[in-house]
Design a protein around this ligand. Structure first.
Ligand code: ATP
Length: 355
């Protein structure tokens, strides 16, 4: 195992800045997830670590060794791709063994590792099958097996669950987490799916337009997003973001167009326009609450219900526990606790409240 260090890592494709100078330290044994929308630069970053893309600038260190100039196979990493990249004409056993054979490993050691990986991933009964006779989830497990038999210093995952249906995605996700708990190998994992990021990461790196927006423990980032971009990206449904303004004394905030003052835990500079963030689960129906809510549509999900509607002219989603279908007047007024209010700069989206 090893640390991974990126120093001012940069990638330009002609005039496109795919990755602006980026610093990142992944600790020995840590599981870090890069998450962001399509085109934010996460795959480019991963491919540079793998040695499949040449940096325009900056350094990549695995342990204390600079690896920029090393060939991919000399970097002691193993990568798992979205499309599995298995050899279709080889059995699962041969797929698992092939990379080790190419490296000239002794047959007995290859057999030991293949059996160990098959056992760990529950592939024992499929060892003599070809990939075409496996389900998508089983194929992805073979791809992971091929990575772990290498016993590399670093695992790189590039959207490994994207080709699986929702149910399989959830179960393979759990397997990846369990695997990391057992092996403790340093891991960098790329996804555009915020649920994967929240559930797998020890630290999440939220990226936007070639830049890192925020790095932190998933629940800390969820509780305290640094920008409106992060607030709107992590969480499903995302945080509601309202145009709002502070009162003259800066101790309460009003959603623009609605006279509904919400008290703030700390005073801010009065009078300014802000973006007010409220998570869907932070609303409480309250006949005496300050916020008027007009309900449009409900989505009962079993354990909870999503309610879509408006506060003034601004769209708003609530998430309430239970499967109840609500009458309009039951949720006609809402309250929010002061510590559930997130304030952001209306111009640049940066967080104003520090909590
Ligand atoms: P996705 O989830 O869609 O793969 P991503 O976040 O992984 O997105 P990248 O693939 O890293 O994004 O791309 C980052 C930016 O760099 C994009 O604007 C993309 O168009 C551009 N880019 C990537 N590869 C190349 C290339 N070979 N030539 C030119 N531009 C590229």
């Amino acid at each position: 195992m090893a640390t991974l260090t990126l120093r001012s890592l940069t990638k330009r494709f002609g005039d496109t800045a795919a990755l602006t100078p980026t610093d990142l330290e992944v600790a020995d044994g840590e599981f870090v997830v890069l998450v962001g929308p399509s085109g934010c630069g996460k795959t480019t970053l991963l491919r540079m670590v793998a040695g499949l893309e040449t940096p325009s600038d900056g350094d990549i260190l695995i342990g204390d060794k600079r690896v920029n100039d090393l060939e991919p196979r000399a970097r002691d990493i193993a990568m798992v791709f979205q499309n599995y990249a298995l050899y279709p004409h080889m059995s699962v056993r041969k797929n698992l063994a092939y990379g080790l054979k190419l490296r000239g490993m002794a047959t007995e050691e290859i057999t030991r590792r293949v059996e160990w990986a098959a056992d760990l991933l529950g592939l024992g009964e499929y060892l003599d099958r070809k990939p075409r006779a496996l389900s998508g989830g089983q194929r992805q497990r073979v791809a992971m097996g091929r990575a772990i038999v290498r016993e590399p210093q670093l695992f790189l995952f590039d959207e490994p669950l994207s080709n699986l249906d929702a149910k399989l995605r959830a179960s393979v996700r759990v397997e990846i987490k369990r695997l990391h708990q057992r092996l403790g190998t340093t891991t960098l994992y790329v996804t555009h799916d915020q649920v994967e990021a929240m559930t797998l990461a020890q630290r999440v790196v939220v990226m936007n337009r070639g830049r890192v927006e925020q790095v932190g423990h998933p629940s800390a980032v969820y509780a305290c997003p640094a920008t409106t971009f992060v607030a709107g990206f992590l969480g499903s449904p995302p945080m509601n973001l309202f145009e709002a303004r502070l009162n003259a004394t800066g101790d309460s905030v009003e959603i623009a167009g609605v006279e509904a003052p919400l008290p703030l835990p700390t005073s801010m500079e009065g009078g300014q326009r802000v973006t007010l963030g409220i998570r869907p689960e932070a609303f409480v129906p309250d006949a005496n609450g300050p916020l008027p809510f007009s309900l449009d549509l409900q989505e009962p999900l079993g354990a909870e219900t999503l309610l879509h509607g408006n506060i003034g002219k601004q769209p708003c989603t609530l998430r309430l526990a239970g499967e109840t279908l609500y009458a309009k007047d039951q949720v006609g007024r809402l309250t929010v606790t002061p510590d559930a209010l997130h304030l952001f700069d209306a111009e640049n989206g940066a967080r104003l409240t520090q909590d």
